[in-house]
Write a protein that binds this ligand. Structure first.
Ligand SMILES: [Zn+2]
Length: 172
């Protein structure tokens, strides 16, 4: 069975308010019929006072229920936002963990131009740009330079992203 909701509560209060209104009208009608009977009039007055108090309480409760409904809506909204932020952060952590594991597979290897290229045992023969790897953690494969005398003087491979040039030699 579902827990009673705020709208169940509001419905009950509204029913009470409606009943109280009908009761006050009935008492009013009764009073007009027994005009002149002081005793009945006093009882009716006292009853009416109580009914009015009930009506007033019902109104207060309706206002409170409305306030609670607003708060609940706001809380639900915050919950959704927090859940979204949580899954965003979890995804970020997962990405970092995955990258940390992936990064361990890469290492620096000295190349003939005197610097070092990034290599990965799983992809032998491919050299990755050391500058991009250092700067952004991205593994950018170095591309062979089209062999003209001009370019060969500077290096054999170039990074398509940052244009770092390395001489990788021809031994491999
Ligand atoms: Zn690069």
């Amino acid at each position: 069975m579902d827990a009673p909701s705020i709208s169940d509560f509001t419905g009950t209060i509204t029913a009470i308010a409606t009943a109280a209104k009908a009761l006050s009208e009935a008492i009013g009608g009764l009073r007009s019929k027994v005009k002149g009977n002081k005793e009945v009039d006093e009882i009716a007055s006292a009853a009416l006072e109580r009914v009015l108090a009930v009506q007033s309480t019902a109104l207060d409760l309706q206002t409170m229920a409305f306030g609670l409904q607003q708060e609940l809506a706001e809380t639900k909204h915050q919950l959704v936002e927090l859940q979204e932020e949580n899954s965003r952060l979890r995804a970020q952590i997962r990405e970092k963990d995955e990258w940390a594991a992936e990064r361990k597979k890469y290492r620096l290897e000295a190349v003939p131009s005197g610097s070092a290229a990034v290599v990965r045992d799983e992809t032998p023969g491919i050299y990755y740009c050391p500058s991009c790897f250092q700067a952004s953690g991205r593994a950018i494969p170095l591309q062979p330079v089209r062999t003209t005398r001009q370019t060969q003087r500077f290096g054999s491979h170039v990074c398509p992203v940052c244009s770092t040039v390395l001489q990788l030699g021809t031994a491999r």
